[in-house]
Write a protein that binds this ligand. Structure first.
Ligand code: HEC
Ligand code: HEC
Ligand code: HEC
Ligand code: HEC
Length: 345
């Protein structure tokens, strides 16, 4: 499949867990009249209604990072190598991935860690629309009105839980670190050994709204299947883009190339099981990738083809057609952490 280049297998190969990528985290965000940050309302505004989801979030690394990251010796070391003295500021390159920024008193400021709107989209445009039941109540809103309400919420930038492609793009937008200097000079990890199902179903899981906080069930099988396939596709496309930014034969290039190879292997197993037109198209695209240094344009065009197939896959299948991959979807022993217990769980 890939033409393996010599440096990818040479002395710079990084041992241990494969690390991670992406381009601008919110590259997929819809066009809005306000900039993304200007549209951020902050988690307290969501928490007025979403109390249980907020408590769970407050017990995640995403929340804790706001205080913990700038204080950690590792962060100060990275900061020093990158020429940064103050890390908890909206202007640093760290802010996009570790914090949420919003305009306060006319200035862009970091307000908290990775939060609701980092994953569900900046809230200003949809916060009223999505929660209004079209001016009626849950009981009296018609099905057509409900569909229109969700359509308008999405148009206003809301990323809903079943929009798997966009959610995956957001996760990988931070969990793969496509900054060569940050990795090679700063000594930052090239990303996380991230996989969609196992990383959403652990500490992050907050499926507590539609159960009134009484329980926090796993994502249903159909959703897990879609997460597994689309997550693998986005991991591949984003690691190819990250390789495309590599200019030096060093940790960054090698880690990203290994990640792309591993993601391609995972997708191959998925394609073997499913044999669907979209997974075949992904494999056909990756077969043309050249994992070379300074090869951005070629790798980006391969990544675009994979992304297009992943979006088509997201639109076309509701998951019920994907049972053939159930045996390779990671089970609970692989979940990353545990959600803060609610509802007596
Ligand atoms: C005024 C109360 C209120 C506020 C504030 C609020 N929500 Fe909601 N949210 C709701 C209601 C009500 C629903 C469920 C609507 C339904 O049942 O159709 C909901 C549903 C959701 C869903 C599930 C969507 C789906 O597809 O089922 C998400 C995600 C969500 N809200 C995120 C947020 C975020 C993020 C914020 C802050 C930017 C926020 N909400 C602020 C009331 C609110
Ligand atoms: C592209 C996204 C991205 C950028 C930019 C980024 N980080 Fe990170 N950072 C991450 C992710 C993802 C992790 C978790 C890695 C893992 O799973 O091990 C992380 C982990 C860390 C850790 C180890 C965990 C901790 O909180 O102690 C430190 C320290 C850190 N980052 C500091 C920084 C600093 C300082 C900067 C800016 C100079 C920065 N990061 C920029 C995404 C990013
Ligand atoms: C790391 C990304 C991320 C963050 C941060 C996040 N969410 Fe979510 N949210 C998701 C994902 C992914 C799902 C669907 C999970 C699943 O299917 O297992 C979801 C589901 C939901 C749902 C539907 C719950 C249900 O019962 O089905 C609501 C409501 C929601 N989120 C609101 C919030 C609010 C409010 C916050 C902030 C306090 C928040 N989310 C923070 C990613 C995130
Ligand atoms: C805005 C950037 C950003 C987004 C979007 C994001 N993350 Fe993270 N995530 C981070 C950073 C940074 C860390 C490391 C925090 C720390 O430990 O300091 C992290 C840590 C985590 C951890 C804890 C890892 C551990 O070491 O235990 C999990 C689990 C996780 N993220 C899952 C997700 C999932 C699932 C999504 C998408 C639904 C997601 N993240 C989206 C930036 C992000």
């Amino acid at each position: 499949m890939f033409r393996f280049v010599r440096w990818a297998l040479g002395p710079f190969v990084v041992a241990g867990a494969l690390s991670a990528i992406v381009t601008a985290a919110r590259a997929q965000a819809p066009t809005q009249s306000l900039s993304a940050e200007q549209s951020v309302v902050g988690p307290a505004a969501c928490g007025k209604c979403h109390k249980v989801e907020t408590v769970i979030w407050q017990h995640t690394h995403h929340f804790a990072s706001f205080r913990a990251m700038p204080r950690s010796p590792k962060a100060q070391q990275i900061g020093a190598k990158m020429g940064l003295s103050r890390l908890r500021e909206a202007s640093t390159i760290c802010a996009r991935c570790h914090f949420t920024s919003a305009v306060q008193n006319g200035q862009l400021q970091v307000i908290t860690g990775v939060s609701c709107e980092s994953c569900h989209g900046p809230g200003n445009g949809y916060i009223k629309i999505h929660s209004s039941f079209s001016g009626k109540t849950k009981a009296t809103e018609t099905a057509a009105e409900r569909a229109e309400r969700w359509r308008r919420s999405e148009a206003a930038g809301m990323i809903r839980p079943d929009m798997i492609y966009k959610i995956a793009k957001n996760c990988y937008g931070c969990h793969i670190v496509p900054q060569e200097k940050l990795v090679n000079v700063g000594g930052h990890a090239a990303g996380s050994p991230f996989e969609m199902v196992s990383w959403t179903q652990g500490e992050i899981r907050h499926n507590t709204w539609y159960t009134n906080g009484q329980s926090n069930p796993l994502a249903p099988p159909n959703i897990q299947r879609k997460m597994y396939v689309i997550g693998a596709a986005v991991e591949l496309s984003e690691s190819l883009r990250a390789v495309g930014k590599a200019t030096q034969n060093a940790t960054y290039a090698v880690t990203m190339a290994r990640r792309a190879q591993a993601a391609a292997g995972r997708l191959q197993a998925i394609n073997n099981a499913l044999q669907l037109p979209e997974t075949k198209a992904m494999m056909a695209a990756v077969a043309t990738a050249h994992l070379n240094l300074n090869n951005g344009p070629q790798l980006n065009s391969v990544a675009d083809r994979i992304d297009a197939a992943a979006q088509e896959f997201d639109r076309k299948y509701n998951g019920s057609q994907l049972g053939a991959i159930d045996r390779i979807i990671p089970g609970p022993q692989y979940y990353k952490g545990h959600p803060y217990p609610v509802g007596g769980q």
